[in-house]
Design a protein around this ligand. Structure first.
Ligand code: 13P
Ligand code: SF4
Length: 302
């Protein structure tokens, strides 16, 4: 059986669209209708006419798609593909933090569960966190920012604001060390260094650009530079290399692999479409509450 052709046939018969994050396996990216970062995927999920969304990413991304398109069937090929950073704070922990800071506004990174989003005022991704704080939250005196302490630190450096923090982090980006960047820079002195804001301050300090995964892809396309060092999950290199065959991309370290992002395979996408599983199910109240903060983020962009 030609698995790619069979996925295409099933996709058409189900009226489905396949969305994939930039960290997915190359062969999964290649069968997707759209490949992008968390912000782009949210926009696609909100806009699509398809009845079924097969979401190749991690659970919080598929939940975001369900929140934005509650009338659609959202399927995840592997229900175990969670995000450890998103699981570092739960709704009760956030409620306790809110009780300690009753006047603070709550900004959550999109890497949070639907239940946590339901407790927040605003949502952001790595692509818009700085501008959201600068513009939308400029009059808010106190801001709770959950769960990524590194993204919060990056936004604090860019905006001069201080946040009430949660000490979450991404275990995959934590594997990228300053010495990895220094080693690659020594090997490729002409290369431009792109770093994801989930990296530590020491790594970000060595960056020429701190960017979301999709902004990295855009920069790679537009820059005159021929060589780039990429400090994020290695999956993004597939898209960069396919789109820019005349440029050279070096991962900061081959160790930056998100095991959860790699759980989705072509075989699982096929089974997902064939058996219509595993469906993302959220209760109406969570959808209603979580939608408010995501909508504010998408309206801001518009
Ligand atoms: P982006 O939104 O930049 O793609 O990042 C998502 C993510 O999970 C990074 O680890
Ligand atoms: Fe979560 Fe990190 Fe994987 Fe992104 S790379 S999905 S933040 S664990």
């Amino acid at each position: 059986m030609d698995i790619v052709r069979e996925i295409g046939r099933l996709k058409r018969s189900r009226g489905a669209i396949i969305l994939a994050h930039n960290y997915q396996l190359p062969e999964v990216q290649d069968i997707a209708d759209y490949v992008g970062d968390s912000l782009g995927l949210s926009i696609q999920a909100a806009a699509t006419d398809a009845k079924v969304i097969v979401f190749c990413g991690v659970t919080f991304m598929a939940e975001t798609a369900k929140i934005l398109s509650p009338g659609k069937t959202v399927l995840v090929p592997d229900p175990d593909a969670g995000c450890p950073m998103a699981d570092m704070i739960d709704a009760e922990q956030l409620r306790a933090l809110k009780r300690e800071n009753p006047t603070a506004k709550v900004l959550c990174y999109v890497n949070t569960t639907a239940a946590v989003k339901a407790e927040c005022d605003l949502c952001c991704t790595s692509a818009n966190a700085v501008s959201m704080v600068k513009d939308v939250m400029k009059d808010d005196k106190d801001i709770i920012f959950v769960p990524d302490r590194h993204l919060a630190d990056h936004v604090a450096q860019e905006t001069g604001r201080e946040f009430i923090l949660w000490k979450g982090f991404c275990p995959t980006h934590a594997r990228i060390l300053p010495e990895d960047i220094l080693r690659q820079k020594a090997l490729h002195p002409e290369a431009v260094v792109m770093v994801h804001p989930e990296c530590s301050r020491g790594v970000r300090a060595l960056a020429d650009k701190v960017l979301s995964t999709e902004a990295m892809c855009g920069f790679a396309r537009e820059t005159q530079a021929r060589e780039m060092i990429v400090a994020t999950e290695v999956g993004v290199l597939h898209k960069m290399r396919s789109a820019n065959p005349d440029k050279v991309f070096y991962p900061a370290t081959e160790k930056a692999v998100c095991p959860n992002m790699k759980l989705t395979t072509l075989e699982k996408v096929l089974v997902s479409l064939d058996e219509m599983r595993t469906e993302v199910v959220l209760d109406q109240e969570t959808i209603y509450k979580a939608k408010q903060c995501i909508r504010r983020m998408l309206e801001y962009r518009a």
